[in-house]
Ligand binder design. Structure first.
Ligand code: HPA
Length: 275
């Protein structure tokens, strides 16, 4: 057996063997400061990443490092409370292993969140942005021998972000009176924030928000045929001049994400209810 498949299988078998395992239909990936949705899950099992074979350690600020199984809005879910970033030094293959584990557990739809810098000058700190498309400067997680049991060599990315889920989210937001932005997410490796020249460049090529995550998970999920919905909390506005006195600060990012996280939780819960 391919050693990469073996690693995925070992992790999936461990999760399935836990008391409290319920076959999940939805996978949720909670980004910086958005862990509070985890508290709303009726958990039947909370598995520290350190106990799951072949899972990396979560080292990022604001990322707890638990895989949570249970129900949310009455639907069976598996949630990652904290994710793996490329900037932590993980290989792309290891950073995306949990997404393939989700597939093996039975997940059909993945809901992904992140904190991101606002490139679009119409955005404000605390806004929520539905990701409609992306531009990636991260290494592609599918580089290497194709794992054909998951998907094809050259997967299409035209409709990576599920249109039906986007329109459902818009309906829920309008019913709850939550303002939503929509746009293109640019992914960089980090961990340094963007320079003002990079911010102006990303804006010029059509980016609305910029972050250091999500896209590797989206590509991996689409490769194996899972539906994807993804949303950013605009936790800071990107600096586009070297004159700015408002420098990027990781604690500010987490604070803003925590506040907007309540509205994001409501939208995720709404999507589960209606699906
Ligand atoms: N840039 C990159 N990643 C981020 C930012 C940012 O401004 N804010 C939150 N994550």
């Amino acid at each position: 057996m391919d050693p990469k498949i073996l690693m995925i299988d070992q992790a999936a078998e461990y999760v399935k063997s836990q008391p409290g395992f319920v076959k999940p239909k939805f996978g949720i990936i909670l980004g910086s400061g958005l862990g509070q949705l985890a508290d709303k899950i009726d958990a039947t099992a909370v598995l520290p990443y350190s106990d799951i074979p072949n899972f990396c350690k979560a080292t990022a600020l604001g990322h707890k490092g638990n895989l949570i199984l249970g129900t949310l809005s009455g639907k069976p879910v598996v949630a990652m409370q904290g994710r793996f970033h490329y900037y932590e030094g993980h290989s792309m293959q290891n950073a995306t292993l949990p997404v393939r584990v989700m597939k093996k557990l039975g997940v059909e739809t993945v809901l992904i969140s992140n904190a991101a810098g606002g490139l679009n000058t119409d955005f404000k700190v605390g806004d929520l942005m539905i990701i409609e498309d992306h531009i990636s400067f991260l290494p592609n997680p599918l580089i290497g021998e194709n794992l054909s049991e998951f998907g094809e060599r050259f997967p299409d990315m035209t409709c990576a972000y599920d249109k039906a889920l986007i329109s459902q989210a818009e309906k829920i937001a309008s019913r709850l009176g939550i303002k939503l932005q929509k746009g293109v997410y640019v992914a960089g490796t980090g961990p340094s924030y963007e320079t003002p020249a990079e911010v102006r460049f990303f804006r010029m090529v059509g980016g609305d928000a910029v972050g250091m995550s999500t896209v590797h998970e989206v590509i991996t999920a689409r490769h194996c045929g899972m539906r994807v919905f993804a949303m950013s909390v605009i936790s800071n506005m990107s600096n586009d001049t070297t004159e700015s006195r408002v420098l990027n600060d990781a604690d500010d990012v987490i604070r803003a994400a925590n506040i907007a996280g309540e509205n994001m939780s409501a939208i995720f819960k709404g999507i589960l209810e209606y699906d």
